[in-house]
Design a protein around this ligand. Structure first.
Ligand SMILES: Cc1cc2nc3c(=O)[nH]c(=O)nc-3n(C[C@H](O)[C@H](O)[C@H](O)COP(=O)(O)OP(=O)(O)OC[C@H]3O[C@@H](n4cnc5c(N)ncnc54)[C@H](O)[C@@H]3O)c2cc1C
Length: 437
């Protein structure tokens, strides 16, 4: 008996091999997905930030159409023949998984049973319950760059309509825009286009969350209408190209953005709204909050923190080559910053954390920190608190004793303060969603 004489045997063998490869590669992928999920659970990274898919296991048939549809890597995966959110905190709510599911097993929801997400109440024209105070972009619940650009523009249209009906007031701006991410930037261009008297206040730099993406990140977006500029044509680009586009647009249009100015208070009065920042006070007839949902970096509140050598994120480790750097914090961002700096030539790294264990960080990062500390590639100071930041040193307190350490830069990675408190102080109504579609 030969394969030539019995062709069905030949084809049967090929189909059998393909079937076995399919089964084994599927099992291997499931094992990888399970390992990724366990790592996230270990690090306590189980709750998505905002809009995310809720997958009905009764309807899901494990076809995996949602997996390649998601523009982010390893966010959704198959485990036990069902789709699951394997890295929930990396989900940014593209919603492509829901669109790709052939059996409608995926619904997009805000919050989970365990962790509510606070969504401010806004009218269809983006106004809150406080007259003259508007919200656009991710703060209102809808993430993604395109949505933020569209909402920023539409909110400014609504503000201009409202102002057209009201009398102008001397020494009072038309609008203060808080935040210069995609929503605030689009709104600022809208204000400029309409000839409004505006001020845009941004605590960090132009670009918002986009400016914090990892270097080289592929950005998936869709065309959106940007005032003055027209329709943006981006679909798939990189963080760097998008940032270059924002910066060039700011330069060519002349739109004014006050960077490194943080707003702490917004108070609505009868004739105007007062906005208080760390650099001044502004009176305006309307305020647009475009502050996103990522929050404001938590500060240490110690003497010397206002020096320019204190920063709240690591952008490029190479810029600290040859320096004494102190990293403060115990989460993944602190550990990853310390590791990247320890790999930078001639940099001396000290990592200070107030607790006795890095319980909030991924196992991979914790293990690597132990390795680097054992090899004396960095100094790790547990159960310590920064007491004072001098121009060339820092004072760190450890169990009642003060340590003085040479220092050129302090990188504080102590998490962020979410915007809900700020909204409530202004008097804006907020609804907590626990897995609501
Ligand atoms: C890792 C990651 C990857 C992503 N990838 C994509 C992608 O590929 N495609 C996509 O469409 N979306 C993506 N997103 C989502 C997208 O970045 C956001 O939805 C979008 O940036 C929201 O825009 P925004 O203007 O509403 O808010 P933000 O971009 O968050 O901007 C808010 C701005 O307000 C400022 N601010 C906050 N509080 C104050 C204050 N008190 N005073 C002054 N300024 C303040 C902040 O500094 C910030 O600059 C991603 C998000 C993350 C985290």
């Amino acid at each position: 008996m030969s394969l030539v004489e019995f062709p069905y045997l030949f084809y049967g063998l090929i189909i059998g091999v393909i079937f076995l490869v399919y089964i084994f590669s599927g099992r291997r992928t499931e094992a990888v997905n399970r390992a990724i999920k366990m790592e996230q659970i270990d690090a306590g990274l189980t709750e998505p930030a905002s809009l995310h898919p809720a997958i009905d296991p009764g309807l899901c048939m494990g076809c995996a159409a949602c997996v390649p549809a998601c523009p982010e890597k390893n966010v959704i995966g198959i485990i036990d023949k069902k789709a699951e959110l394997i890295t929930p905190t990396n989900c940014i709510g593209h919603g492509a998984c829901a669109a790709a599911c052939p059996v409608d097993a995926i619904t997009l929801v805000f919050g989970t049973e365990k962790r509510g997400v606070d969504i401010p109440h806004v009218t269809p024209n983006f106004e809150t319950n406080i007259a003259g105070v508007y919200i656009a972009g991710e703060l209102g619940g809808m993430g993604l760059i395109r949505n933020a650009i569209e909402q920023g523009r539409q909110a400014m249209d609504a503000i201009a309509d409202r102002l057209g009906d009201l009398p102008a007031v001397d020494d009072v701006l038309d609008v203060v825009i808080i935040g210069a991410g995609p929503a605030g930037f689009s709104a600022s261009l809208g204000a400029l286009e309409k000839g409004l008297q505006y001020a845009t206040l941004e605590q960090d730099s132009l670009g918002g969350t986009v400016s914090h993406y990892p270097r080289g990140k592929i950005v998936m977006t869709q065309p959106a209408m940007l005032p003055i500029v027209g329709k943006t044509q981006f679909r798939e680009t990189t963080k760097e190209k998008l940032m270059e586009f924002w910066t060039d647009t700011a330069a060519t249009t002349g739109v004014q953005i006050n960077t490194h100015e943080r707003v702490s208070q917004v108070e609505a009065g009868d004739t105007y709204i007062e906005t208080v920042s760390d650099k001044g006070r502004y009176r305006s007839r309307a305020v647009l909050l475009a502050i996103g949902r990522r929050g404001t970096p938590r500060k240490l509140d110690v003497p010397g923190e206002d020096q320019p050598k204190v920063v709240y994120k690591l952008v490029d480790p190479a810029q600290y080559a040859g320096q004494h750097v102190l990293v403060v914090g115990g989460g993944d961002s602190a550990l990853e910053a310390a590791l990247a700096l320890a790999d930078t030539p001639r940099t001396t790294v000290t990592l200070s954390y107030r607790s006795e264990a890095f319980s909030r960080a991924k196992k991979k990062n914790r293990d690597q920190i132990d390795e680097y500390a054992a090899a004396k590639r960095m100094r790790v100071l547990m159960k310590t608190n920064v007491r004072e930041i001098g121009s060339d040193h820092v004072i760190i307190e450890r169990e009642g004793e003060d340590l003085k350490i040479s220092n050129n830069t302090v990188i504080v990675c102590a998490g962020g303060i979410l915007p809900t408190g700020f909204l409530k102080e202004i008097g804006i109504e907020v609804h907590t969603k626990y897995g609501t579609a």
